[in-house]
Design a protein around this ligand. Structure first.
Ligand code: ZN
Ligand code: ZN
Length: 402
């Protein structure tokens, strides 16, 4: 049986998240807020499934670029591996810096910075869009002449390392602080303290920040999150609020020059009042919700189910062709939308839940085409129509009980 080993990244990273959680609890340090952690995981779950769908295409693009447009023909030697590492890290530095300073790219990277917490779950906050934008930057590597195989291996390492810089449990690391990006450097990057804004873009080496003048040492205590906290845990709102802000700003801009500035200017070029306007219209901020134990249990079990489905989808991705993969992706995306909306007590999830159950039934039927299963689903359908009101009030109770 052929399995996709990339799936094991999920239990690997989750075990570090749990370890960090229990160590911080032991030390009586409150590093995790329940809603923040769930929202972070939701973003990460969607990114993993998007990664599964896009990795193959990027390998194909890298191979095509390397075969047709490469400047050099680079063989695999210890020296070229070092060069590839340096080139990748330098490209990342600029990709990341542009991600903060150009609105078009900030619209996707902003999601990584929305959490007011700073722990390993924040490392999972990489958006679907960011995965694509990052891939475009990596296209420079096959054009330089590195082979797609070398690039794929290096990107695996390069993608794993930054996970470990998202923690408050590790202090400064002595002489390593001069060379590599440490948790201390990355804490600065995730802070909204004025002296820390737009600093420490590096991924593995901190030397680029020192060379290009964007380095800051962690001196004062960092305050994590965006300058103006989003205060929303909705998967959809987190992903699209800035895109909407740009659309409004673009429509309000009068001249061509102003319109170009909306897209290619920086976040400070966007009027802060637009966010308030959109929030009033589309995202009534959740007041400080006191989650009931029942709701917490429901959110935790949903998250465990989604992560498990994600793990097996990736593990057996070789056997999931076209429609099946599309349906599994649909189930996972619906799940993270619903879990995010549960954290904000959105009433509309009740109806979306029916769609999710329909998708889950389709998945079950396509894997086990047993006629009795069809009877069970039809019966369940009839029961849900007959007892619609009761199920509806139970779901309200789950969301709003204290
Ligand atoms: Zn960043
Ligand atoms: Zn980060």
């Amino acid at each position: 049986m052929k399995v996709n080993f990339i799936a094991f990244a999920i239990p690997f990273f989750v075990s570090f998240m749990l370890l960090e959680y229990f160590i911080s609890k032991n030390k009586s340090k409150k590093l995790h807020q329940f809603n923040e952690s769930v929202a972070n995981l939701n973003v990460g779950i969607a990114e993993r499934i998007a990664d599964l769908l896009t990795t193959g295409s990027f390998f194909f693009i890298f191979t095509w670029l390397n075969a047709n447009y490469s400047i050099f023909s680079i063989k695999s030697t210890p020296t070229t591996w070092v060069l590839l590492f340096l080139a990748t890290d330098l490209l990342w530095y600029w990709y990341h810096r542009i991600g903060h300073t150009v609105n078009l790219f900030w619209a996707s990277h902003i999601v990584h910075h929305q959490s007011d917490d700073f722990n390993y779950t924040v490392a999972a906050r990489i958006t679907v869009f960011q995965a694509v934008a990052r891939g475009l930057f990596w296209c420079a590597l096959p054009i330089i002449g590195f082979s797609p195989e070398m690039i794929t291996i290096l990107l695996l390492i390069h993608g794993t390392y930054p996970f470990f810089t998202h923690t408050q449990l590790i202090g400064k690391l002595g002489w390593l602080e001069y060379i590599i990006v440490t948790p201390s450097h990355h804490r600065v990057h995730h802070s909204s303290n004025p002296e820390y804004l737009d600093k420490n873009y590096g991924d593995m080496l901190i030397i680029w920040d020192k060379i290009f003048g964007t380095y800051a040492e962690e001196i004062t205590e960092p305050h994590f999150g965006l300058t103006k906290s989003l205060g929303s845990y909705s998967f959809l709102w987190q992903h699209f609020h800035y895109v909407l802000e740009l659309v409004v700003a673009f429509r309000m801009a009068k001249t061509f020059r102003q319109k170009v500035k909306v897209i290619f200017g920086g976040p400070s070029d966007i009027d802060g009042r637009i966010r308030q306007l959109l929030e009033r219209k589309y995202s009534q901020k959740a007041p400080d919700i006191q989650y009931s134990q029942k709701l917490i249990r429901a959110v935790v079990s949903q998250t465990i189910v989604t992560v498990t489905v994600l793990f097996f989808t990736i593990l057996f991705s070789e056997y999931l062709m076209g429609v099946a993969l599309f349906v599994m992706t649909g189930f996972i995306i619906l799940s993270v939308i619903i879990t995010g909306a549960m954290l904000e007590q959105k009433k509309w999830i009740f109806h979306l839940e029916f769609v999710r159950i329909a998708v889950a039934s389709y998945v079950a039927l396509s894997f086990f085409s047993n006629p009795y299963l069809i009877v069970v689903f039809v019966l369940l359908g009839v029961i849900s129509v007959l007892f619609y009101q009761t199920i509806h009030s139970r779901s309200r109770e789950l969301l709003f009980s204290n």
